[in-house]
Design a protein around this ligand. Sequence first.
Ligand code: AMP
Length: 437
Amino acid sequence: MEINPVKGTHDIFDKEAHSYRKIEMICRYVADLYNYQEIRTPVMEHTNLFIRSVGESSDIVSKEMYTFEDKAGRSITLRPEFTAGIMRSIVSNKLYANADLPLKLFYLGPCFRYERPQAGRYRQFNQFGIEAIGEPSYQLDAEAIAVGHRILISLGIPKIKVVVNSLGDEESRARYREALKAYFKDHIENMCSDCKRRYEVNPLRILDCKVPEDIEIVKGAPKLHDFLSPESKIYLDSVIAALDEIGIEAEIDDNLVRGLDYYTGVVFEYHVVEDGEIKDVGALGGGGHYGKLLKEVGGPDLEGIGMALGIERLALIDQVVNKNDVLNGPDFYLIGMSDEIIEKNFSLADIIRSEGMSVDCAYHVKSLKSVFKVAERKRAKFAIIVGEDEIEKRQIKVKNLQTQEQTDVKLDDMALVLRSMLNEYMEAFYASQVEMK
Ligand code: AMP
């Protein structure tokens, strides 16, 4: 009997795995640029943590959590998002005590949500994200938005739309909630069942509804912006102005409320602008400011800003934007023309690897034609051929698999020559990428 993967999960291999690896490298690199330090928290947390932080009215807690009882009867949940676990970890380890605030952390790993699987939506997915905890600062909020933006730009995504909003302080949000309830009172009978539930627990979330008939009704609803305190408006404007200063255009979206209850103040999302083969796969990422979250989980009264990107969605776009990426093969494919040479190639490959260049090898003698095919299928940049003739002359033959050009390289100069051939190859590759775009 064939056993299928669990619904909503997927295996990542070949080109997709290459995309993931590249995206993760870019995320880590950009995190370093802004001095965010890595934190790794457990995949499992006590269920209560998410109920108290993400909130019972959120879709995540009310219907999407993977919750189970462990053998000792504790209620455990696979993390549906990272922020709550990181706040718990900051408190458990008193990370706020010795740090110069803001505490700047980044994370990368899997999350679990029991959602309806579709393109760009899985039940196990990966997130990269950051959290900055300390005194509220519009610059820190703008920086969090800039970190995600820089990652998306570094991936080569041509056009990104950044949308922002402010959920205001508690008082203005309470007044807005009342205004929404009054407006939806006459409509709610005809709206979807999710909206009916949201009407009772958190009417702001109705603004997020994707049902076309409901979207029409939402259009006439009062606007959050009109209920914001002057301070909240100034704060949002400062974030937008700071972003503008570094060339990021952020647009206000009045209906942006985000799905997690802990957000207060500025919230934001990134979307790709559809262009030819590049399709919208839902928000690439998002985040927001949280005023009370750390305190809610037993920590000091510090505020925070978080940003998370969905690696699956970035990989989907990377597969389109960078489909000619050649980086996912070895630099060299080493071919020996006899069993004896193949035996010697073992140490030759090792020398090349010690010089920081990647090598895969043919482990059995085959016809040249068929090994070249293998080298191409492995997406090697060059093939290295070693035959009796080469051994005698203490040299190797190097074939550029793109141009088919062959060069004899003396064993004594091998490391230097291979390195410069590789550099030339990559320069030509990047030049061709630029021409294509
Ligand atoms: P959230 O934690 O809901 O703010 O989500 C942040 C980002 O994680 C989203 O913009 C998506 O890119 C990604 N994401 C959230 N849920 C899923 C999912 N079920 N499958 C794949 N990616 C997701």
